[in-house]
Design a protein around this ligand. Structure first.
Ligand code: SF4
Length: 466
């Protein structure tokens, strides 16, 4: 039997897909890149924004159009949880729905769908469940590809952000037990992970549901102390302003396995917009976090994300955001244009911003950030950075090989790369040291140093300089 699995959306979905893959493989299902050859088609959907929802529906419709008799089409994940009825009405070829906290029941769902008077009499079946369902299930060890793996420490969110639908279908925060997270981390490292990317809706709220807010420093310390030295990088994503405690900064600064990198999505930089977003609006607190983080870790790379064109955002408020970006000088900035999500308070706010104004503000924000990112990257020139190899490409036009990797400054999928032109042969997932020669806004360019010069690297890397 074969399965074809498509994952859409954020890294949190990727973790659930890895878990499903593990269960499918345990049940002797083999992966296939070809939808045509698969017995089971699964789309792990995203329902966060309208555009993501339409993409998920589009992928399901495409698979549904070509679906063979006896093939199963399953919609899993956020959109299935949140808009299951809509999925079934717009994609009538979907056989089953699997909710966000039910991915571990994928084999049960397939079993239910296959049951019946004969194989053709498939019934639609849903395993959605309660978003508040206890989130303590053991997570099967996912395969580790490329030396990096996501580690999900909690699900759901307690924050009241007015634009966000996640709490409505993921429910309140549920932290995974500390030992379960450490056990999974140990298994991932055993399976080849050199980097663990810690994710959650709000990773800094870990433990609040047990009455122990600020448990993240304890979890990070346990991850550092109870994993082998094969684990080189622990990367922290999705910190919430106000939850970045002194203890967290201290553990980040003192544990060599934790990379000096923090992603803290701030959403805006003007207090008036932040108040309408129902987000923390005291900017002094953010300045304070940043000052402490930089004092404790002078090499820290800070990433954030903003929404532009939020309802009621005046030109003055937008200028407040640009001033904030220039004052803080983040290393990396991501941005979205606001899209009203049905059912959220933001969707019905007055003074929605016109699409062309959103697009123009988005462009101005990125233009403001680019020289800052370039300066931050230029400061890396001349340094030797440890780089996790992600693959190889070709230089367009010349066909020359191009080694691709990431330093501690770059999170997978969202940040830039370290490029080594003219180099090939380093295995994916290996860690090598690279001398940085030049910088662009998003990427760095460098030359790998030879093995003997960095004894901490364990792999033998056959580098071929052309
Ligand atoms: S903190 Fe993030 S996940 Fe939670 S409500 Fe706000 S935007 Fe949504």
């Amino acid at each position: 039997m074969k399965y074809h699995l498509i994952t859409l959306g954020c890294p949190k979905n990727k973790v659930d897909s890895d878990g499903m893959e593990m269960l499918l493989r345990d049940a002797a299902y083999l992966p296939t890149e070809s939808a045509k050859q698969a017995d089971v088609l699964i789309v792990n959907t995203c329902g966060f924004l309208e555009a993501a929802k339409e993409e998920s529906i589009g992928v399901l419709q495409e698979l549904g159009r070509k679906k063979r008799r006896n093939q199963l089409l399953i919609a899993a994940g956020c959109l299935a949880q949140r808009n299951g009825d809509e999925v079934l009405s717009r994609v009538p070829t979907v056989d089953g729905l699997l909710g966000t906290r039910r991915w571990m029941d994928v084999m049960a769902l397939i079993g239910q769908l296959r049951r019946g008077p004969n194989q053709r009499a498939l019934q639609r079946y849903s395993l959605l469940g309660d978003p508040e369902r206890e989130y303590t299930a053991a997570v099967p060890r996912p395969p580790v590809l490329g030396g990096s793996a996501y580690l999900k420490i909690s699900d759901g969110c307690n924050a009241p952000c007015a634009f966000c639908t996640i709490p409505s279908f993921k429910g309140k925060l549920q932290s995974r037990p500390l030992d379960a997270v450490v056990d999974e981390a140990t298994a991932l490292v055993g399976a080849g992970a050199k980097e663990l990317v810690v994710i959650a809706q709000d990773s800094t709220d870990y433990g609040r549901d047990w009455g122990e807010p600020n448990s993240l420093p304890r979890l990070l310390a346990a991850l550092c102390n109870r994993t082998s030295d094969d684990l080189r990088w622990i990367r922290l994503m999705y910190a919430y302003p106000g939850h970045v405690s002194d203890e967290l900064i201290e553990v980040m600064a003192s544990q060599p396995k934790i990379v000096p990198y923090l992603d803290m999505p701030l959403q805006h930089g003007d207090p008036r917009t932040l108040r309408r977003m129902r987000r923390p609006s005291r900017l002094e607190m953010v300045y304070d976090h940043v000052e402490k983080l930089r004092a404790a870790m002078p090499d820290i790379a800070l990433r954030t994300t903003f929404i532009v064109g939020y309802p009621g955002e005046t030109e003055e408020e937008f200028q407040g955001l640009l001033d904030f970006v220039q004052a803080i000088e983040f290393d990396k900035v991501g941005a979205f244009q606001f899209s009203p999500e049905p059912g959220t308070p933001s969707a019905t706010l007055p003074d929605q911003v016109a699409d062309e104004v959103k697009a123009e503000r988005y462009a101005r924000l990125m233009e403001t950030q680019q020289p800052i990112s370039l300066r931050k990257n230029q400061a890396q020139v001349g340094k030797r950075l440890e780089v996790l190899i992600e693959g190889e490409g070709e230089i367009e036009g010349s066909g020359e090989p191009l080694l691709l990797g990431r330093s501690y400054r770059d999170a997978p999928e969202v940040d830039g790369l370290v490029l080594a032109p003219g180099v090939s042969g380093a295995p994916i997932g290996a860690m090598i040291e690279v001398h940085i020669n030049s910088a662009m806004e998003y990427d760095l360019v460098g030359e790998p140093l030879l093995m003997e010069t960095f004894p901490s690297t364990k792999e033998t890397i056959p580098l071929v300089h052309l």
